[in-house]
Design a binder for this molecule. Structure first.
Ligand SMILES: C[S@@+](CC[C@H](N)C(=O)[O-])C[C@H]1O[C@@H](n2cnc3c(N)ncnc32)[C@H](O)[C@@H]1O
Length: 299
């Protein structure tokens, strides 16, 4: 069985999970994702039996209702998705618009699943009134119902009895963590936030975010932060104070599909920042000397 991914989600760490996992200590209490999205890291951890308890949280309420439906009633969700998928055939564009309209009225999880499976780049976009306004990808019909059913059932089997779901601001979830847990933070990119993107319901305030990281350090709670990326010479970098004492690791994330489409075959690098409490729990030979930049924050 491959790792299931029922929720198509732009920004998912699905492709990177394998490269992030070595930085997660072998014995952890709970694996906590305050910015869960599609929870790709949690799925990786559950699949490889690397954690037994999970907390998934996201500010996006319909997304967390979808998670709830996946964990508690995947069979019904699979049937609802299959009904939508079959009903669309022959009138895909009009049907997408109809489902989007219905979703904006009801926020029903099955509508969101269908929209994510069909929309451009699986990218969640809302207008200023909080309505989902992403367009369909007219080249695709969305994941076939059989495959979706398989992914939904497997996701549920992996996480059902081990996971607590929340729909809160991330800062409230951090207060649940203890030094035995591992917090994985994957906030929206600040570069996009500055452009006032409507990709996410809410973007984060950077100075408040840094205060939260300081608190995690103070409480000796280990965390991993996915924080920026660069493709070729384009840098999405943000300031992290030196005083946070984070270790910066660059992960080779392969070729950016967007750049490949534009004819550029550049490699994307993704930055991880490891907290001091985490470093104490990792084997000392894990961090290569050239990756080690303990005191090299970005001023
Ligand atoms: C980059 S995505 C996370 C992707 C995730 N790692 C995955 O594998 O799918 C960031 C997520 O943070 C959520 N988010 C934005 N602001 C938030 C906040 N204040 N508190 C909690 N979640 C928030 C967004 O809804 C989005 O799902």
């Amino acid at each position: 069985m491959a790792i299931p991914h029922a929720i198509p989600y732009q920004g998912s760490k699905r492709q990177l999970a394998e490269k992030i996992a070595p930085f997660i200590p072998s014995e952890i209490g709970r694996f906590i994702e305050p910015f869960a999205g599609s929870g790709a890291l949690s799925l990786y951890m559950a699949y490889h039996n690397k954690a037994n308890h999970f907390i998934l949280n996201d500010i996006n309420a319909p997304l967390m209702h979808l998670w709830d439906a996946i964990l508690t009633n995947p069979h019904q969700l699979a049937e609802q998705y299959a009904t939508l998928w079959h009903h669309q055939l022959g009138r895909e564009r009009r049907y997408y618009d109809l489902v989007r309209l219905r979703f904006n009225k009801s926020h029903a999880p099955y509508y969101l699943l269908y929209l994510l499976a069909r929309c451009v780049k699986a990218s969640v976009r809302y207008n200023n009134d909080g309505e989902f306004n992403q367009s369909p990808d007219n080249r695709r019909k969305g994941k076939h119902p059989q495959t979706m059913k398989h992914d939904l059932l497997q996701t549920s089997a992996l996480l059902r009895d081990k996971t607590r779901l929340y729909n809160q601001d991330y800062a409230r979830i951090l207060k649940l963590a203890t030094p035995h847990d591992l917090v994985y933070l994957d906030p929206p990119y600040a570069g996009l936030a500055q452009k006032k993107t409507s990709r996410y319901i809410q973007t984060i305030d950077q100075s408040r975010f840094i205060q939260q990281l300081e608190w995690l350090n103070h409480a000796q709670i280990p965390f991993i932060l996915s924080y920026d990326g660069k493709t070729g010479r384009t840098h999405f970098q943000k300031d992290l104070p030196v005083s946070l004492n984070l270790t910066h690791v660059e992960l080779d994330a392969g070729r950016s599909s967007q750049q490949t489409l534009l004819g550029n075959h550049q490699i994307t690098y993704e930055s991880l920042y490891l907290s001091p409490a985490l470093l104490d729990r990792l084997p000392s030979d894990l961090i290569q000397p050239k990756q080690l930049s303990l005191f090299e924050g970005i001023a």
